[in-house]
Ligand binder design. Sequence first.
Ligand code: TYM
Length: 331
Amino acid sequence: MSGKEVIFSGVQPSGDLTLGNYLGAIRNWVDLQDEYDCYYCVVDLHSITVPQEPKDLRRRTLEVMSLYMACGIDPKKSTIFIQSHVPEHVELSWVLSTMTYLGELNRMTQFKDKTKKNEKNLNAGLFTYPVLMASDILLYNTNAVPVGDDQKQHLELARDLADRFNNRYSNTFQVPEPLISKVGARIMDLQDPEKKMSKSAENENGYILLKDDPDTIRRKVKRSITDSINKVKYSDDQPGIKNLLTIYSKLTGEEIKDIEKRYTDKGYGEFKSDLAEVIVNHLSPIREKYLEYMNDKDYLKEVYNEGCEKASKVARKTLRKVYKKTGFMAR
Ligand code: TYM
């Protein structure tokens, strides 16, 4: 036991990772590694709530792991692991599902959205998904969960379930806090700034992938939707520019008001072309490291096996406690 507080978070290997995943989540994970005991999981069990091609899922699982490390997650400091390697996630999920009300799951906005998109595959997993997510978090006595804005409601459920279990039996779970940054918690689609940037968007110009090459990034930024006001200003009336300013500020650490000032007398063209270079310069080393990791499958295996061992120890202990309190016979 390190005595440090615990962080848990994860990304689904259901598509290529976007700048939204990076700025809303992974970027923030990096800074937490020294101060906290961090668990960063590739949540493959979650991703099969929409159909996946098995060989693509396997490849993407390694890609997400490689990107974690390329973005700066250090396996010597943090536990990097694959969700399906630790079966306790599913076992706890069953117990918690018996304490979750249908009404709570019905209210989940992400479920409602996904329902609209997957009309042909309305499976039970899509509905109970937030219970599995709560299990991920609660298994590790997690104090805080760094995520983007869209995961807030799921986290509320995790907190409610922790409280419910603790009240029904006795104190067992740490009640986790969301860690959602003020700027960049919801990066928007470059083609439709009213929608969040997502790897499942239909128009590929709407998102920037961490794997995109420099010319693709330049093209996508240049084509991003703005407005006819032609003032680089952080305003709700200019959602496109507001989003681009957010990205600029998150990547450079520069205050939004200072960026606005610098572009007072300049048009969107110049701002966009500078922003494209900021993104290219930031993502290029990540992309290079990512490719190196992907070429070293032995190392990846070492990392996920070691991660699994560390995660399993904690998960087993928590689950044993839960089973005992629930009234299951010990072996
Ligand atoms: P997922 O895989 O959709 O996204 C991974 C992380 O990226 C954040 N994110 C964004 N942040 C800002 N702007 C965006 N446009 C954007 N798009 C995505 C998400 O908020 C998330 O933090 N249910 C989760 C995965 C999960 C999980 C967990 C997370 C499963 N178990 C336990 C934390 C703890 C999901 O689908 O994330």
